[in-house]
Design a protein around this ligand. Structure first.
Ligand code: ATP
Length: 202
């Protein structure tokens, strides 16, 4: 099973990297695919362009074989729908199963995603739960309690997984940079170098 972690990664930071690694370890996933999205359906245009966001993800995971970057959403024109991404992954990696890593907030909004039932036919959901965070009371019939139960089927199950809480967001990193403050130690130095070389987020 492969973990799918989509995001704007504008820029990628330790909140993404640490939680993704914890999920990979806890579930024994083959790897995590970080998929930068191109044109997010639910938010404003991004600050850094696609090539630069991709360059930052590559730099962040350069020495980490448990992570891979996947460019398919950047290459596809139009909106980035998760369903299209999963269908294309199944086409390419036949016999493989997938789980989507999402935060509790994103999970709460999941029923209003583009074709959520079809998404659940293509993948499991792993909801990364912060300590003390309540579980949304949706899809109780699909919820499983263990990693084994997730691995026992190909798709359609939901597992809540506690992850270390790191109060880091790309929004905060961008606003620190705009204010002339250093975001060092919130993200890899290799990513910060790219930001500085290219004069991003000023
Ligand atoms: P922004 O502040 O620009 O909205 P972000 O930091 O939330 O960005 P995204 O690229 O939008 O980052 O997030 C991609 C995914 O990573 C989302 O599912 C989000 O919930 C998750 N994520 C972001 N920051 C953290 C964090 N600190 N801990 C755990 N998950 C996170």
């Amino acid at each position: 099973m492969i973990g799918i972690f989509g995001g704007s990664f504008d820029p990628i930071h330790y909140g993404h990297l640490r939680t993704a690694l914890e999920v990979q370890q806890k579930l024994g996933l083959k790897h995590i695919r970080l998929i930068p999205l191109r044109d997010p359906p639910h938010r404003d245009p991004l600050d850094a362009n696609a090539e630069i966001r991709l360059e930052m993800v590559r730099a962040a995971i350069a020495d980490e074989p448990r992570f891979q970057v996947d460019e398919r959403e950047l290459k596809r024109s139009g909106k980035s729908y998760t369903l299209d991404t999963l269908i294309s992954l199944h086409d390419e990696l036949k016999e493989e199963s997938f789980c989507l890593l999402i935060g509790t907030d994103a999970f709460r909004g999941f029923p209003s995603w583009h074709q959520p039932r079809e998404v659940l036919m293509q993948a499991h959901l792993v909801v990364m739960q912060r300590p003390g965070e309540p579980r949304p009371a949706i899809y109780p019939e699909r919820t499983v309690a263990t990693s084994e139960a997730l691995h026992a089927s190909a798709a359609g199950k939901i597992l809540f997984l506690p992850v270390t809480q790191l109060d880091i967001s790309a929004t905060r990193i961008r606003s620190m940079l705009r204010a002339g403050r250093s975001p060092r130690y919130l993200l890899p130095d290799s990513v910060l170098s790219i930001i500085q070389q290219r004069g991003l987020y000023r």
